[in-house]
Ligand binder design. Sequence first.
Ligand code: GLU
Length: 451
Amino acid sequence: MSEKNLTRKRLEKAVESIENLNEGQTEFLQAVREVYGSLAPVLEENPECFDQKVLERISEPERQIIFRVPWQDDNGEVHINRGFRVEFNSALGPYKGGLRFHPSVNLSIIKFLGFEQIFKNALTGKPIGGGKGGADFNPRGRSDDEIMRFCQSFMTELYRHLGENRDIPAGDIGVGTREIGYLFGQYKRIANQYESGMITGKDPEWGGTLVRNEATGYGLAYFVREMLAVQDETLEGKTVVVSGSGNVATYAIEKVEELNGRVVACSDSDGYVYDSSGIDLELVKQIKQVERGRIRVYAERKEGAEFHDEGSIWSITCDVALPCATQNELQADDAKALVENGCMVVAEGANMPASIEAIDILHEAGVAFGPGKAANAGGVAVSALEMHQNASRDALTFDETDRRLQEIMKQIHATCISTARQYGTPGNYIHGANIAGFKKVANSVLALGVI
Ligand code: GLU
């Protein structure tokens, strides 16, 4: 058997065993297939990865914590939610990754997010391992007091697993500065110490870092700027569609507009708004951040804007598409529509928003595709800067942190390009990101022995 075929066989076998071990964990297995599907050329060079069971070791979390989160609503009714923290891999540093509060959360979702996080964090070049957590709690319609009681109950159980050198959470869907405040406050109370570096995404007033709030969205726009530069293009005058209207989408819109792109649509889980005159970001912020309302209100307040609760946001003609909502929001049919309408760049602000079939369609059509673990790494990269600042008890200016974020996104983009070229698939950002991330993690896993 040729070296190539042998590698493919061994890779298939490893993936099969991972599938058997994690039956029914659809999203997690999708993420594993997406990453490991890129690795044949690098495994051919490094057969010791098979002998040392590196693929199996990386796909098995070091520790998985599942716990009960009891809390009382404003009427005194008792609720029970399920909390998770998957401490996936600490070869490069302490576990690092966000917390998601959303009714769809289950072990498969948290494991897919944690698995992605390992390679994303490796790509940032910062000394952070990968982890993820959350709860199947639905914050929608909950009062501030209810959110606080939930966060306190969640942390009362999780605190024993956290620490600035052990495991450092942050935000994700449903967890923003308000929730980080309640979580940090409860940790501080229980641990009886002001350990700033045990969580990131804090308000700059009490230990956070400027730009962290904007970082994922800004970083995405910086990454897209690099992707366009490869094609001798810029964002100037480009029509851009951004799905979502949460933290990532908001600041992606802000930076794209600053770079003179024209964002014409955004969305939430009820539907999307189309505004051909360009999305009014102040109005989005007012509705989503101040009023914590729904995006449909945008069309009621802005003349000429339309709200659609049916159909797909990806049917809108655009040059650049930025899925910033949630996993698997961009399917094969959406990819076909984007290709037909002449889209040139798709980059993931959310984690795994595009299905594997959708990505294949985009690649075949020659659309540049930036995977989340590269394109949305700006958030966790600035989290690493926050940890750095907390450890040195110092604070950087907004401009300095933004400059570093731009540098990091540039470096991640360059790594994707050079790795993809080196391994025979020039222009394929998925292969570039997966191979570069994997190599760094695998080398460290091997160096640290069978642990
Ligand atoms: N939840 C974000 C992500 O998906 C940020 C994680 C962090 O800052 O630790 O990367």
